[in-house]
Design a protein around this ligand. Structure first.
Ligand code: 2RA
Length: 388
């Protein structure tokens, strides 16, 4: 598809700033003198994993946020190739990924799983593209920035071709915790997640719907994507467990948070659980600080935090819920209270759209950041040995 090139004028950035849940004004000011700098025009974009739940959301967000696209390629595994998808009213073919697919591409938004990214991200970078990768393949690589734009936008500028999008549960927790951590360093985080089916992809969502129907009709639910029926049930997160008894999802929350916060010693523990919710994850987060952190102060900080929306009606017992977080950009945070078991403890509850802020939105925000930083070019020039 060849879309109408969008000129990156100062009004494009003004719209970007006003529509974004995080303020990149300063970044843009540092990167560009909007009046006299000749800005690049639009970008040749490829979406790898276009047929998945995150792929579909990436397309929605690229259109919704008017990302400046000159050309859009939809890539997928040979199994999914041959389908068509609609983007801005135009029907586009989904083509099988191969090395030639990355020629003449500036930006690859990859969401096709770690094994696919390990193979194709280095190929795309070698072809000259910048890759924003939603898989866990490169997240902990020391030369790959792991970016949540509300938290560490400066890290993105140091990319050498690949930028990793953190795990969904990590992003949602970090957006809520980092503003507090900036006021007073957090010493320990204890989290429990309530993760929806969407975290395992579109087929998992369909599986839960089918299981629900089967059970309501008195039939046995069939579990193929998940190890057990999720409808009317829940189970600890379905990823491999290490020798310490932590599953991969839990260790992602530990290790990725430390990298994003730039706090390698931060004490974190998490218990991740899959719950029969279709879309949007929820989390209980217990925080321990050096000195007491009052709930009203935390509420004030989070009330102004980028990407956060406070949802707290104590009288109505109304706090963040996945059905209200679904389709929203912000992480909903509420039930902020002092931990009665610890003088320096604080607790909060959150819900966030796992497909959106937990995956696709964060990736598109990173792409917007690269545009603002003038770093959406030449992955090849700085190509590193990532993935080799
Ligand atoms: C999940 N880690 O299982 C996934 C989403 N990225 O929910």
């Amino acid at each position: 598809m060849t879309a109408q090139p969008v000129r990156l004028t100062s009004s494009y950035f003004t719209n970007l700033i006003s529509s974004n849940p995080f303020d990149i004004t300063n970044t843009i000011k540092h990167c560009h003198n909007l009046e006299d700098h000749r800005l690049p025009q639009s970008y040749r974009v490829a979406v790898l994993g276009a047929t998945g739940a995150v792929g579909a959301e990436l397309l929605t967000l690229l259109a919704e946020r008017h990302f400046p696209i000159a050309d859009l390629k939809l890539l997928a595994s040979p199994r999914s190739a041959g389908q068509t998808l609609t983007f801005q009213g135009e029907t586009l073919p989904v083509v099988a990924v191969d090395a030639a697919a990355f020629e003449s591409v500036d930006l690859v938004l990859a969401s096709a799983g770690g094994s696919v990214s390990k193979v194709w991200a280095p190929v795309a970078v070698a072809a000259g593209a910048v890759v924003i990768d939603n898989s866990s393949a490169f997240r902990m690589h020391p030369d790959v920035p792991l970016v949540v734009p509300e938290i560490n936008p400066e890290a993105a500028a140091a990319h050498q071709g690949i930028i990793a999008n953190p795990n969904c549960s990590t992003i949602l927790m970090n957006v809520a915790v980092y503003p507090l951590h900036q006021v007073q360093p957090v010493r320990r985080i204890v989290a429990a997640t309530y993760q929806s089916a969407s975290g395992a992809g579109a087929r998992a969502m369909e599986e839960v719907k089918a299981q629900t129907q089967a059970i309501l009709q008195g039939e046995a639910p069939i579990a193929e994507i998940f190890p057990y029926p999720l409808a009317f049930n829940l189970f600890p997160h379905n990823t491999p467990i290490n020798a310490q008894g932590y599953c991969e999802e839990e260790m992602k929350m530990v290790n990725e948070t430390r990298k994003i916060f730039g706090a390698p010693e931060l004490r974190i523990t998490a218990t991740c659980v899959r719950v029969p919710v279709l879309r949007a994850h929820s989390e209980m987060v217990n925080l321990e600080f050096e000195t007491p952190f009052d709930a009203p102060q935390a509420r004030e900080v989070l009330g102004q935090a980028p990407g956060v929306k406070l949802v707290e009606d104590w009288q109505a017992n109304h706090f963040p819920m996945p059905i209200e977080a679904s389709g929203r950009d912000e992480v909903l945070v509420g039930r902020i209270r002092r931990d009665i078991s610890h003088p320096c403890g604080l607790e909060l509850w959150l819900s966030g759209d796992q497909i959106r802020k937990g995956a696709a939105l964060n990736a598109v925000q990173i792409a917007e950041l690269l545009v603002a930083q003038d770093r959406l070019q030449s992955g090849k020039a700085a190509a590193i040995g990532v993935g080799q």
